[in-house]
Each structure stands twice: as structure tokens, then as C-alpha cells.
Design a protein around this ligand. Structure first.
Ligand code: FES
Length: 181
């Protein structure tokens, strides 16, 4: 093959490899499909403490505003509550996690209505994203959150942290406490 013929073939090969890498990245990091990599949740739509989670299907997440200690499994666990955004992609095999408002659950500390359920293999998570049942290896994965000055909450749909262990409360570092919201 002459040098003139070789160059276009090399260019096509490079383009094919780049497309394959991009497709693989989208498979591994599906959040990167979100528009502009973040989603702004307008102040008028931000849930108040104790409200049901707000789902955003563009960014594949739920925005939750927890009351203090809401949704915790261990009776000795504590959180100040506040905002947290959870990926709606299951930590087991990446199915969609649904919010089931009619599901009840109870611990010594709390009787609550509403659970996150992955219907692929029945993993169950509390409203605080805590994995309490099923094959999911950890709790729901939180996304980075940023409060803007006008009350908007910016959810960084591509900045995903690993969820805590099963039964463990969410990491406070991934939450916005009530005083800052
Ligand atoms: S993919 Fe969610 S439990 Fe298997």
C-alpha cells in the first residue's frame, strides 16, 4: 500500500476506534447522556423536607429532601437530613429504580410509607437510598449537588459517587444539610 492510500485508511480506523470508545463510555457511564452534564432543579420544584422524591428522567436521578434521620435502617444511625440526589440506576445490574409510594416499612424508630424498588431482581432501598433487601451490592449511588443563590439546586448528573454499604446511612458529604438549603 502506498503512503497516499494508507493515510485515509488510518484515518477511518482512528474514527472507528473513537466511536467505539465513545459507545463504550456511554454504556459504562450512562449519566453522560444528560444534557450539559447537569440538571438545574428550579426552586419551585425542589421538594420540602419529607416530600416524596422528585424524579428527573433526563438526568436519571431522584432528588430527595430528608427529614433528620428519615429513611435510616439502624436505630443508632443519624443524619441531619437535607438534600441528596440518587442515581435511578440500580447498583446491581443497572435497571431503573422506581419510587413506590404505597410500600410500607418499619424499624424500631420509624414507620414509613414509600420505598425505592428495582423490579428486575427486587432490590429494595429506603427513601434515604439505604439498601435493605435484594442482590444490589450497595445502597443507591449519590450524585453531586450544588445549591445556587436563587434556590435552584444543580444536580451534576455525571458526577456519581459510590453508594454506602447495605444498611448504612448515606454519606453526609454527599448531602446538603437543611441549614444550607
Ligand atoms: S438490577 Fe436491580 S436488583 Fe438487579
Amino acid at each position: 500500500m502506498t503512503r497516499k492510500r494508507y493515510l485515509p485508511v488510518a484515518g477511518m480506523l482512528a474514527a472507528l476506534i473513537a466511536a467505539a470508545i465513545a459507545a463504550l463510555a456511554r454504556f459504562i457511564y450512562p449519566h453522560s447522556q444528560a444534557v450539559d452534564n447537569y440538571v438545574n432543579v428550579d426552586a419551585s420544584k425542589v421538594p420540602v423536607a419529607g416530600d416524596p422524591p422528585l424524579e428527573d428522567k433526563t438526568g436519571n436521578f431522584y432528588l430527595v429532601n430528608l427529614r433528620a434521620n428519615e429513611g435510616l435502617w439502624g436505630n443508632d444511625d443519624h443524619t441531619a437530613g437535607g438534600f441528596v440526589a440518587f442515581s435511578s440506576i440500580c447498583t446491581h445490574l443497572r435497571c431503573h429504580i422506581a419510587w413506590e409510594p404505597a410500600q410500607h416499612w418499619q424499624t424500631e424508630r420509624e414507620f414509613a410509607t414509600g420505598l425505592f424498588v428495582c423490579h428486575c431482581h427486587d432490590s429494595i432501598f429506603t427513601k434515604a437510598g439505604v439498601k435493605i433487601f435484594g442482590p444490589a451490592p450497595r445502597s443507591m449511588d449519590p450524585l453531586e449537588l450544588e445549591p445556587l443563590s436563587d434556590g435552584t439546586l444543580r444536580v451534576h448528573a455525571t458526577k456519581v459517587h459510590k453508594g454506602t454499604a447495605a444498611y448504612a446511612p448515606p454519606d453526609p458529604k454527599t448531602m446538603i444539610p437543611p441549614s444550607q438549603s
